[in-house]
Design a protein. Structure first.
Lengths: 490, 343
């Protein structure tokens, strides 16, 4: 194994009592001195991952290595990592100095106790006792010096005697960072440390944290749900969803080359459309054919197409460069640019950013440069379930029993079930469906929505025209004619 | 300069106008609407009018109520019944206590024939008779049992609260219910079962058994006092202490205990008063030679000679001590609140 790996997670899974896997078979290597961000929506397992590195949670299975040695059974107070907590978690009955010196005092006490034990063993006691005395004499000065320098790093010099409750949110956060940094941890863990600060202060602190990271050379592992924060600060971004890593890469990679529609949607604004690749360097979406730079797809392979809103150029309809024509349906001023919605002739909705505003209702032309079109393999094109024939005209799969034509199959036979994305119907009432579940992901695909509905251990993937909300509880029904059964041998 | 002066003047008059408006409002609220209009606040003139009509409507409602004579009669009766109830209860509690205080300065055991003397008080403090010595011994025992058992209960109850707080919801509710059983259960049953336990284990009944039994009965109260404090605590503070290298037990003492100290103190005080009060559990778990005030008084009252005369000044003293403690506590609380407000 390479020497410069400081933290390694090996097949780590975490399951809380009576629940699904919060973290599912996670593998991650973090290099020494790196600024790594775990990024994902709430409930994706990023905080749990961090807490497993800190030692507050035990993994259900798998191993956590620090410098190549397992620390999975090391209690948190013996791990050479320190954490900055989401809500600061300062000790309210200590002042700023007391908070920051907390870890140092424990360390110095431990050193003194160690020395005492050595004295008992030593043959030449006088020398050892002299050492102990100097250690004791220096301890206080040493701690004071370190606290002072830590306060200097976070820009709070001369705040030692202040009551922590009298500090503002930003100052409290700085104290929390100083309290962790002062122990010179090998890894600093930060759990959404800026989430309770206002936007302006947050941006300031982002830059300061990045600067601290560069100056100190400590490995930072940072947890956030804010993609902008992740892009600003990190060397490496780990995008997570449902306890599974989606993509690991530099900020530029994850933004420009997202591996799937979820990453594309989560990081930055984007247009995601269903497309087909008739041949290399050619893609069809919105009923039109575009040149692109991507190769290596099968003939007529279904793909996801990602267009960043700033890469779509708006011109007049009469402009010969215009590839798409449409009507502006919304226009919002965002400070630097206008964000406009354009409905194309084939009723596909584009999100466009431009510094020149167009009026709502105006007909415009749009064009996209070939290298700005990003093509992604579809992770799935239909729902596939393992199933079993439950009786004549009945098949059980995905946590429920559905009506379907079972001609040619026997009761009790195992089958593969295939349901196209458009064949699944979502109903408002959880109990009205064959199975009920919760919407976990929503993607707008220009002409329709793509949603994931999690029903127990099964995920139904659905294309729908209806706009649902995250975490809506819904029921699932499937029209029998969409359910296709296959023999398991095939 | 001139401009400045002018604007100042305008401001002052503005403030005056507002102040006068407030004053009017306080003295006769109905006129405020008219007053603001007179001040030249033209906005919402219509509102003022509608407000007026609303007031009129309210008035009508009140008039209707006035017409209903029964309503007022009923309210009056309720008022007097309520008041007399309060005074009756206060009288029932305080008149006997007052009697005890007054008759502390009378000779003799009973409450007949007040004749002023310090005899009873003398007996209490100089401890002349064997009986008063026995009483003072009982007082000592009461305080000893109270202190020891409430210290023990505070320790146990706090640990219990920390444990219960860290549990998941279902086991937590289960544990809480189990812990609450002694609170709701009849004292006599607990006392009896404790006595049987000591007999079964062949443990000689003594001061120690009384202390242990009291601690067992009163720790649930401490737990209930500490738990809310823990619940409102940010538990990541504890994790932060672990994170900074503090072993779990030291983190508990250094970080959690200071936060829940107020709950522990009030739990301790409650436990102490409960222990001092207790008769049933004490009587069943004590040895014959070990007496607390409650068992002593009981045996006296049941005996041929009746209550000792020195008991009156002693009761009066205990009552006055508690009263003084209560007063000091409340005054301190009030001044604390005021200081907090001033901040």
């Amino acid at each position: 194994m390479a020497d410069n790996i400081i933290i390694e997670l090996k097949n780590v899974s975490k399951r809380f009592a009576g629940g699904n896997n919060v973290v599912d078979n996670l593998n991650l290597r973090i290099k020494k001195g790196e600024f790594v961000t775990l990024l994902g929506p709430s409930g994706c397992g990023k905080t749990t991952t961090l807490r497993m590195i800190a030692g507050f949670e035990l993994p259900t299975s798998g191993d956590v290595l620090l410098n190549g040695a397992s620390i999975v059974n090391t209690p948190p107070h013996l791990r050479p990592v320190n954490t900055v907590f989401q809500k600061y978690a300062l000790f309210p009955h200590y002042n700023v100095f007391g908070n920051i010196a907390f870890g140092l005092k424990i360390k110095s006490k431990r050193l003194i106790a160690q020395k005492r034990a050595e004295i008992k063993q030593a043959t030449d006691k006088t020398a050892a006792i002299a050492e102990l005395k100097s250690l004791k004499a220096n301890a206080k000065n040493e701690i004071e010096k370190k606290v002072k320098s830590a306060l200097k790093i976070v820009g709070l010099s001369d705040y030692e005697r202040r009551d922590v409750n009298s500090l503002s949110g930003g100052q409290q956060q700085r104290v929390a960072i100083a309290r962790a940094l002062v122990n010179e941890p090998e890894v600093l863990l930060l759990d959404e440390p800026l989430s309770s600060l206002d936007l302006k202060l947050r941006k300031e602190m982002q830059l300061e944290l990045k600067e601290m990271h560069e100056n100190l050379g400590i490995t930072f592992i940072y947890v956030t749900h804010d993609q902008e924060e992740a892009l600003t600060m990190s060397d490496t971004i780990v995008v997570m969803k449902d306890g599974v890593i989606q993509q690991v890469g530099t900020p530029a990679d994850t933004y420009n080359e997202p591996v799937n529609a979820f990453v594309a949607n989560f990081i930055g604004d984007s247009n995601i459309f269903d497309g087909v690749m008739p041949e290399d360097r050619l893609v069809v979406f919105d009923g039109l054919t575009f040149e692109c730079a991507d190769v290596g797809f099968k003939k007529n392979e279904k793909v996801d197409v990602v267009l960043r809103p700033e890469d779509i150029f708006i011109t007049d309809v009469s402009d010969p460069a215009a590839q798409i024509t449409g009507t502006v349906i919304s226009s919002i001023f965002k400070g630097v640019h206008y964000e406009m919605g354009v409905l194309s002739e084939n009723a596909c909705e584009y999100l466009v950013q431009n510094t020149v505003p167009r009026k709502v209702g105006e007909n415009v032309g749009m064009y996209i440069r070939p290298f700005d079109i990003h093509i992604m393999k579809k992770p799935y094109t239909s729902n596939i379930f393992e199933g079993e024939i439950a009786g004549a005209g009945k098949v059980g799969f995905g946590g429920g029993i559905y009506d379907a034509s079972t001609d040619g199959f026997e009761t009790g036979e195992k089958v593969w079930v295939r349901v196209p994305l458009g064949g699944v119907e979502v109903v408002d009432d959880m109990d009205a469906g064959v199975v009920g579940g919760e919407i976990t992901t929503i993607l707008f695909k220009g002409t329709h929505y793509h949603i994931d509905v999690k029903c127990g251990n099964f995920i139904y993937r659905v294309n729908t025209d209806v706009q649902w909300d995250d975490y809506d509880r819904v029921g699932i029904t499937i029209n029998p004619e969409y359910i296709k059964l296959y023999k398991t041998e095939a | 300069m001139v401009n400045g002066a002018k604007s100042n003047g305008a401001e002052i008059s503005g403030i005056k106008a507002r102040v006068s408006g407030v004053n009017n409002g306080e003295s006769k609220p109905k006129t405020t609407v008219a007053e603001t209009r007179a001040d030249g606040v033209k906005i919402g003139g219509n509102d003022a009018v509608t407000g007026g009509s609303k007031n009129a409507a309210n008035k009508k409602k009140i008039n209707k109520k006035k017409a209903d004579a029964g309503f007022y009669a009923r309210r009056k009766i309720g008022y007097y019944v309520g008041k007399s109830y309060v005074f009756l209860i206060l009288g029932l509690i305080y008149i006997p206590i007052l009697m005890i205080i007054v008759y502390s300065f009378s000779s003799g055991r009973g409450f007949s024939n007040f004749s002023f003397s310090f005899a009873n008080i003398n007996e209490l403090f100089t401890g002349g008779s064997t009986e008063s010595r026995r009483m003072l011994r009982a007082l000592e025992n009461t305080l000893l049992v109270g202190l020891a058992s409430s210290v023990l209960a505070t320790f146990l109850g706090t640990l219990g609260a920390v444990g219960v707080n860290s549990m998941r919801k279902k086991p937590r509710e289960f544990m809480l219910n189990i812990s609450n059983v002694p609170i709701f259960n009849a004292d006599i049953i607990i006392a009896l079962s404790l006595m049987m336990l000591f007999t079964a284990l062949n443990i000689q009944r003594s001061a120690a058994t009384v202390i242990l039994s009291h601690a067992a009965v009163i720790s649930p109260y401490v737990l209930l006092n500490v738990l809310p404090r823990l619940k409102q605590m940010n538990m990541s503070v504890y994790e932060a202490a672990l994170d900074l290298g503090s072993p779990p037990l030291s983190a508990l003492v250094k970080i959690i205990v200071p936060e829940i100290l107020p709950g522990m103190v009030s739990g301790f005080v409650l436990a102490f008063t409960l222990s001092i009060d207790d008769f049933v559990v004490t009587d069943y778990t004590r040895s014959n030679s070990f007496e607390t005030l409650s068992t002593y008084i009981y045996s006296q009252a049941a005996g041929k000679e009746g209550l000792s005369g020195a008991l009156k000044p002693l009761s009066a003293l205990i009552f006055l001590t508690v009263l003084a403690a209560l007063l000091v506590f409340n005054l301190r609380k009030n001044s604390k609140l005021k200081r907090a407000e001033n901040k």
